[in-house]
Design a protein around this ligand. Structure first.
Ligand code: NI
Length: 213
């Protein structure tokens, strides 16, 4: 069934040094690879789960998959109400025939949003950080999020499933007249988004000229 961890060591799972991991952006090949099943929930997996939770919270995200931090292991984290859940080897064991459309974004494709149609209700099963088998019923945005994160583990991104003509850049601006923060939605295409992130990546790889020479 499950391995009972060493209680003293296990604690609440949040002891020790946590780390915010860099999030991989669209165009990074790791986002297009299939993550591998985790056979044993060891210290490394527990630490990764903890770091992924911290990374998601720091980025103000609602979900994160291991591919997004460059690790090809089937591990996801997500928010459900006040709870932050972590699942190892997540698997959808029930799905409603009813589907619904919700806007989605992704920490690996910042400032981009688009509608995606997914199962309205699901039950997801997997192992938690203690290696114990758990299952969660999810609906609405949370169900969307879990399906989105499991897609990541299979190398799929929400832009692959986006409802045509709903993809847009989300731009936050200050209105010069009123001084108020405004959010603008500028229509775009998958091709434009991919090209923009490709340019961003190229720039990031240019070595910075030394300031002292
Ligand atoms: Ni995502």
């Amino acid at each position: 069934m499950f391995e009972d961890g060493d209680d003293d060591e296990d604690d609440d799972g949040f002891r020790g040094i946590m780390a915010i991991l860099p999030i991989r952006l669209l165009g990074d090949p790791v986002l297009r690879k299939k993550a591998q099943a985790v056979n044993k929930v060891g210290a490394e997996e527990k630490a990764l789960l903890r770091d992924m939770i911290e990374t998601m919270i720091a980025a103000e995200g609602i979900g994160l998959a291991a591919n997004q931090v460059g690790v090809l292991k089937r591990i996801i984290v997500f928010r459900q109400g006040e709870q932050v859940r972590g699942l190892i080897n997540p698997r959808i064991i029930k799905r409603s025939s009813e589907q619904e459309v919700n806007p989605e974004g992704c920490l690996s494709i910042p400032n981009v949003q688009g509608d995606v149609k997914r199962h309205a209700q699901i039950v997801v099963s997997g192992r938690n950080k203690e290696g114990k088998t758990v299952q969660y019923s999810c609906e609405g945005r949370v169900a969307h999020c879990v399906q989105h994160e499991i897609d990541h583990l299979d190398g799929k991104l929400f832009i692959d499933r986006v409802v045509p003509d709903t993809l847009c850049w989300v731009v936050h601006e200050t209105n010069k007249e009123t001084g108020e923060e405004e959010t603008k939605f500028i229509p775009t295409t998958v091709e434009q988004v991919e090209a923009t992130f490709a340019r961003r990546r190229e720039k990031a790889y240019v070595p910075q000229p030394s300031e002292t020479t």
